[in-house]
Design a protein around this ligand. Structure first.
Ligand code: S3P
Length: 201
């Protein structure tokens, strides 16, 4: 147990440098990840957490914990509308006292009040890939209620088309995740944020 705790909490000098650099250029700004199912938000969020040492807040995890059940069960028992209300409520309560990594569910951009909240939290990063890649990744797991349909590919295509403009409008910048590891995406995000700050690396 001791070694696990050490492993999780002992910050490496790399982490400390990344954290110091991030906090320096982005005072009180969290990194908010948005994008379609399959974009890699959760995994990239974990990489960013590891690289910066910042806390990670996952809206889907909060909603699931509040209901005491998995997202797929929330959809089954209470319907999508209740899930969306809980998602907005959970997002509204996120108020980190220092920058954090905020991971969101793919549909969070559908409500403009959510987008306002996301923008207030920090820099909003849209993780993208082409539709086929996103669908292939998203369908590796069978716990996505919106894809448990007779024709999940067509459903995904509809969602993709409807949501793209929302992601574009909500985000400060986008990162193409195709052909990149999660860690490479995290690195790209951090270097884009440094560039945005206008400070030399
Ligand atoms: C959803 C995406 C899911 C989850 C819920 C709804 C969506 O999160 O919030 O199933 O509407 O796209 P991921 O994007 O992490 O799969």
């Amino acid at each position: 147990m001791g070694s696990l705790v050490d492993h999780c909490f002992a910050a490496t000098s790399f982490q400390l440098a990344a954290l110091a650099a991030y906090c320096h250029v982005n005072a009180a700004k969290s990194i908010v990840l948005i994008g379609m199912m399959g974009a890699g938000k959760s995994s990239v969020g974990r990489c960013l957490q590891r690289r910066t040492g910042l806390a990670r807040v996952d809206i889907d995890e909060i909603v699931a914990a509040n209901f005491g059940m998995q997202i797929v069960q929330i959809f089954e028992k209470h319907g999508e509308q209740k899930f969306r209300d809980a998602e907005t409520e959970a997002l509204g309560k996120v108020a980190p006292d220092r920058p954090a990594i905020i991971v969101t569910g793919g549909g969070i951009v559908l409500r403009s009040e959510n987008v306002d909240l996301l923008k207030q939290l920090g820099k909003v990063v849209w993780l993208t890939a082409d539709e086929a890649t996103l669908f292939e990744r998203a369908s590796r797991r069978d716990d996505r209620p919106l894809l448990q349909k007779e024709n999940p590919r067509a459903t995904f295509s509809d969602l993709f088309r409807t949501r793209e403009p929302h992601y574009a409008a909500a985000s400060d910048f986008r990162v193409n995740t195709s052909g990149k590891t999660h860690d490479e995406v995290a690195e790209t995000i951090l270097s884009n944020l440094e560039e945005l700050s206008g400070l030399p690396k």
